[in-house]
Write a new protein. Structure first.
Lengths: 845, 351
């Protein structure tokens, strides 16, 4: 072992370290992830942490940030011990983390993301000016009220950095901060790092890119297999030293030798145009590897995806091995032997929950089958060959592929492609997030494939990688070919130069088609508002309700009679409370099926507790009934939050059980309610019942709370639970509160219905579950969580109550009471989906 | 260094680790236990043992004869729910489609044997149509599955009421009634039919290219699309197949009940979900087992029987079911044995 074991300088009376890890160890299911780590990071230094994927860097930083609990050892931030694994506490002590996958909540606005991340004590008023200043610091020019989902990858990264810097941390952890940034943006981040360290902040810089690390870091610590292999001042280390410490062995040449011969043409692309690129020519000769280069967002990704059948092509010709190739769908090109390796392997490359075997044989499956039946033995053989050929390290072929390290996952995808002897291999960032050792093996595989006669096209944002690997490189700028480099011309300088030089000319070339961007307007035009607002569907529902009222009244004037309006509003109130509660749960990404039965249970409890005693008796009885409802909510919360059950299953269980409990308490109607309760729904100001006014007030207050800190936590939880937790949001608490509130809503509705029917009828209530969900869905709430509007849901409840009321006035068939809500629901969600410019399941997301 | 051993272990070359694990004797059994689909059968066996001890009347021949048809009907309907769950969906249209199919068989045949075949075909076609509307709503219009299917269920329910006015004009044709309840080898035809269908669907899912592609699509539609699989068609196919399952349930139910109501399918709305959940198929998509779902259906049906036979009020059925869903699924998600290869590479959490 030739490791440089220089520990932190212990000679001079060192200042209090900004971060000190002492004897930290952590295992997962008995496997050590990090072992006995001692690390001191000093104020005002940039300390790089370098290691392969799976070396334990992220675990270590997770422990420092309080998002993971260490098994042993202590963490001190600026001299104070992190006494419990809590991201909120770590923030308080002065540590902020910029995650490689930004902890950005898509359903919240840019401003809300900032507010969620930074406690009010660290902000200045006015909040918008403060937020603007934070964004300016990282060079992010976006609308504060834009939804984070509208941001591009690089902008999200910058926002993530901005959030961390705004915390004014004593220790800033940057985990691969530059992966998606352009060179300009990288420079800006480096300048920011320099500025922060000058002010005394310690920066921990985690990166795969040795050149970057050398440029920015004062000291470097390397980590391998969870053990620190050494810490040294940057100047004392050569690149080779670093690589050797990281991989534990000296690497042979990283890149395989190139292929100087000019063979037959394998792939010829002529004049290809489509969304984001125009007039692209590309030639790949037998045995050679072609690179696609350019500054991020200049059309190169669109070109490679178009060749894979995943983009749109308007003109041009693709010829593969002498025959024209139609690049209309992935299925088409796959049948011609084209294999695509996407840049984001988790979302588009892997079937994470399926086994290594199933992942590997995806495309090869028909060849392993006879008459459509897969031969188990042939599949195993094929997998064994594939695993050996790519030296995948996995406990067995049957482990789920998500349990592998990044490098091994990528190798599984390569093994999948190689199994079928591809005619054309398209690789988008083949080594992103892959460690040095695996990287070398991947380069080797690509070269072997080219030698075997496949055309290989590689897109990479790393010019050094392209220079080392490729025989020819095509550089794109603003969607057009800016340069074609061959053989000796293929150098890092030439690639970067061509990409950058043309970037400047990009602004002069007004006609140039730029890469497609998500549509984004900054103005306050109504369309933008409607798309961004959660309340727009509610207004539409209200308008529909008004139209329905006008139509019905014109046919039967008594529809707007005082008595009917009052009855209608009472019905709206009951449904409204259920729907408000349901929305709270839906906002967390869950669903509460038990709302209806809880409403029913409340009625039965009231039929025991609120049968006499006047106002005092009824209030006491109602409180008992609400307490019972809240108890059911707690049960749901416990099963979902503590038990980890899917919300549908947990609330289905309570749905059935609460129904049973209700029937046990009363199998037939009985228990007359106290007259006070009977009168409750009909106390009214004019035709408007007081309880309806209460409902409206509750909805408005709830909406206000939703935009405040508590509501942000709720929406953050629904938007992206894990990211929210990293930001210190107590998502368990928020989720639990939502289930209790939902049950309380059902309980309040139960009181209203009890007043209406006057007797404990065990058959009441169950139908409110589906109607409540219908109201929520009609109001345009996202059933995936994070978005919704309380007043909107109220409008939904009003419309639904009106539909069932009006159909009797209009003499409509009973069928319409099913057709209208059902049809409306389908139409409304389809429109909402279009308005948000979404893609169907089948499209990539 | 205490960690040296395991650190080195991680570095084992693939050739040493992989074939050994693949060839381990009893690997299939272990995998089955590790998959989470075995739990339901152990629960079911335990339930029957408890039934035999505490309420022996529920496991004698006549009790089983009366319980099994209900379990079989639920198993067929829940098979449809499983196929949708496999595509990360939730199907709330089972109630409406089962009702409309049951009603269709009766109404189209007019209770006469002569028109039974066209009546059955019409019922199945309606089931497929319902599934197709679900499929189009989900794959073309991007409507969330449970919203789409809830809407379709309401449309079906409205159609029943509109056409029949809520009352049936006839009963199921005698030929259907006897075909469902006649016994072969001591069991009603309905049971045999269910066993054959479940076995067939399970075999297709496990062993064929089609079954694998369905699983892959459910596990990650974006990745399935990128490798050229026909994602939309597959997802749509799952909904249509589910619709046919509900249609078949409706037909069998009509034969079994004789005179179905306009809301005959309602109990299946939630019980199909419960059977899938207890069976261990996750609603997140990907891995699914129709056999385990059938086990879930058997379990739930026997449980109701036991609770009633034990002298509890009928309402206690619900309490027991609720408890079992929560506990059963809680156990199911924990899995009985640690998964194969639980020596998880630290990378999964660290990288």
């Amino acid at each position: 072992m030739t490791e440089t074991s220089t520990s932190a300088p212990a000679t001079a009376p060192a200042p209090v370290p900004a971060l000190r890890l002492h004897g930290v160890s952590k295992s997962y299911a008995g496997n050590p992830a990090v072992t006995d780590v001692h690390l001191e990071v000093l104020p005002a230094e940039v300390h790089a942490l370098v290691g392969e994927n799976g070396a334990g860097k992220s675990t270590l930083m997770g422990i420092a940030a309080g998002s993971l609990a260490a098994d042993t050892g202590t963490v001190e931030i600026a001299g104070q011990e992190l006494t419990s694994a809590s991201p909120a506490l770590a923030h308080e002590l002065g540590l902020a983390v910029v995650y490689q996958h930004p902890a950005i909540l898509d359903d919240l606005t840019v401003l809300e993301n900032l507010l969620l991340a930074v406690p009010s004590a660290r902000r200045t008023d006015p909040v918008k000016a403060w937020a603007r200043a934070q964004l300016d610091r990282v060079g992010l020019d976006v609308d504060l009220s834009a939804r984070a989902s509208e941001l591009r990858t690089a902008e999200r990264q910058l926002l993530e950095i901005g959030k961390a810097v705004a915390l004014q941390p004593k220790v800033l952890v940057l985990d691969e901060p530059t992966e998606s940034l352009t060179q300009d943006q990288v420079e800006r981040v480096f300048a920011l790092v320099a500025e922060l360290t000058a002010a005394g902040t310690a920066v921990i810089y985690i990166s795969h890119r040795i050149a970057e690390v050398r440029r920015v870091a004062d000291r470097i610590t390397t980590l391998r297999n969870g053990i620190i292999r050494g810490t040294a001042a940057t100047g004392t280390l050569t690149d080779d030293d670093i690589v050797e410490m990281v991989v534990g062995r000296a690497l042979e040449a990283v890149f395989p030798p190139k292929h100087p011969d000019q063979g037959d043409v394998g792939l010829r692309v002529t004049g290809l145009s489509g969304a984001g690129f125009r007039d692209v020519d590309l030639v790949c000769r037998r045995g050679r590897i072609v690179g696609l280069a350019g500054v991020e967002g200049n059309g190169q990704r669109e070109v490679i995806r178009a060749l894979a059948g995943l983009g749109s092509v308007s003109a041009g010709e693709v010829v593969l091995q002498g025959e024209p190739l139609t690049v209309s769908t992935p299925g088409h090109v796959a049948r011609r032997g084209v294999r695509f390796i996407p840049d984001d392997r988790t979302s588009e490359g892997l079937f994470a929950d399926l086994s290594v075997r199933e992942n590997m044989t995806v495309t090869h499956l028909p060849a392993l089958a006879r008459a459509g039946v897969v031969s188990t033995s042939r599949e195993r053989e094929a997998v064994a060959v594939g695993t050996a050929g790519t030296s995948i390290r996995a406990a067995s072929d049957e482990v789920e592929v998500r349990t592998l390290s990044g490098g091994n996952q990528q190798k599984v995808i390569f093994a999948r492609a190689m199994m079928t002897e591809p005619t054309l291999l398209l690789c988008d960032e083949p080594t992103r997030g892959v460690d040095v050792g695996a990287r070398r093996e991947i380069y080797q595989m690509l070269r072997e494939l080219a030698d075997d006669g496949a055309s290989v096209v590689v897109l990479s944002s790393d010019a050094a990688e392209l220079a080392g690997l490729c025989d020819d490189v095509t550089v794109l700028s603003a969607g057009r070919v800016a340069a074609q480099l061959h053989d000796d011309e293929v150098t890092e300088q030439a690639i970067t130069g061509a990409a950058l030089r043309s970037v400047h000319s990009r602004h002069d070339d007004a006609d140039a088609p730029v890469a497609p961007e998500k549509k984004r307007s900054r103005g306050r035009d109504p369309l933008t508002w409607a798309r961004r607002s959660d309340g727009a569907p509610g207004l539409l529902l209200l308008a529909l309700a008004v139209v329905l009222a006008i139509v019905t009244t014109s046919r039967t004037p008594t529809f707007l009679g005082e008595l009917n309006v009052q009855g209608l509003l009472v019905a709206t109130t009951a449904l409204g409370f259920v729907a408000l509660g349901q929305l709270t749960v839906v906002m967390t990404g869950g669903i509460d099926l038990s709302a209806g039965p809880v409403l029913g249970l409340t009625i039965i409890v009231l039929s025991f507790t609120a049968t006499d005693g006047g106002t005092v008796g009824v209030v006491t009885g109602a409180l008992i009934a609400l307490a019972v409802a809240a108890g059911v909510g707690l049960l749901n919360a416990g099963m979902v939050v503590l038990g980890g059950l899917p919300p549908i299953v947990a609330t289905l269980a309570t749905f059935v059980a609460v129904q049973g409990l209700t029937l046990l308490l009363r199998s037939t109607p009985g228990g007359l309610m106290d007259p006070t309760l009977l009168g409750l729904p009909y106390h009214a100001i004019g035709p408007v019942p007081i309880i309806f006014i209460v409902l409206v007030v509750v909805a408005v207050l709830a909406e206000r709370l939703l935009r405040g800190a508590g509501g942000r936590a709720l929406r953050a939880t629904g938007s992206h639970r894990i990211a929210a937790e990293r930001l210190g949001v107590r998502s368990g608490r928020a989720t639990a509160a939502a289930y209790v509130l939902s049950s309380l809503g059902a309980g309040l509705a139960g009181i209203v219905v009890a007043g209406q029917i006057g007797i404990g009828d065990p058959t009441q209530g169950v139908s409110y579950t589906l109607t409540g969900i219908t109201a929520v869905v009609l109001a345009g709430a996202s059933v995936y969580g994070g978005r919704g509007s309380y007043p909107g849901v109220l409008a939904g409840a009003l419309l639904l109550a009106m539909l069932s009321n009006a159909s009797s006035f209009l003499g409509l068939d009973q069928a319409w009471q099913y057709w209208l809500p059902g049809g409306l629901m389908l139409v409304a969600t389809a429109i909402a989906f279009r308005a948000r410019g979404g893609q169907t399941v089948a499209g990539a997301h | 260094m205490p960690s040296a051993l395991s650190a080195d272990h991680d570095q084992l070359p693939a050739s040493a680790a992989t074939p050994a694990a693949a060839a381990r004797p009893g690997g299939a059994v272990r995998r089955w236990f590790g998959s989470g689909f075995a739990t339901v059968w152990l629960l079911t066996i335990a339930l029957f043992v408890v039934s035999a001890i505490t309420v022996p009347g529920t496991v004698d021949s006549s009790a089983l004869q009366s319980m099994l048809p209900f379990a079989a009907l639920l198993a067929v309907a829940a098979m449809g729910q499983t196929l949708v769950a496999q595509q990360a969906g939730l199907d709330l249209s089972s109630a409406g489609i089962i009702s409309i199919s049951a009603v269709t068989v009766v109404e189209v045949s007019g209770g006469a044997d002569g028109k039974l075949v066209p009546a059955i075909l019409a019922a199945l076609a309606l089931g497929a149509l319902g599934g197709l509307v679900n499929a189009v709503a989900v794959t073309r219009f991007g409507i969330t599955p449970f919203v789409a299917t809830l809407g379709v269920s309401a449309l079906a329910q409205g159609t029943i009421l509109s056409v029949t006015g809520g009352t049936m004009s006839a009963s199921a044709p005698p030929a259907l009634t006897s075909a469902v309840s006649d016994r072969v080898l001591g069991l009603p035809v309905l049971i045999w039919l269910t066993i054959v269908i479940v076995a067939l669907v399970a075999w297709v899912g496990r062993r064929t290219v089609l079954g694998r592609r369905v699983e892959l699509t459910g596990a990650n539609p974006a990745a399935a699309r990128a490798v050229g699989l026909p994602v939309r068609t597959t997802i749509a196919g799952a909904y249509v197949a589910a619709g046919v399952c509900y249609g078949l349930t409706g037909v069998l139910l009509a034969g079994f009940i004789g005179r179905p109501s306009a809301f005959q399918g309602d109990p299946y709305l939630l019980s199909t979900i419960a059977a899938v959940a207890i069976g261990g198929t996750a609603f997140a998509g990907g891995r699914a087992s129709v056999v385990a779902t059938a086990g879930g259906a058997l379990f739930l049906t026997q449980l109701s029987q036991v609770v009633v036979a034990a002298g509890f009020p009928p309402a206690a059925q619900n309490l027991a079911q609720g408890l079992v869903i929560a506990v059963g699924v809680g156990l199911g998600t924990r899995r009985l044995l640690p998964r194969l290869g639980s020596r998880r590479r630290r990378a999964s959490t660290a990288a």
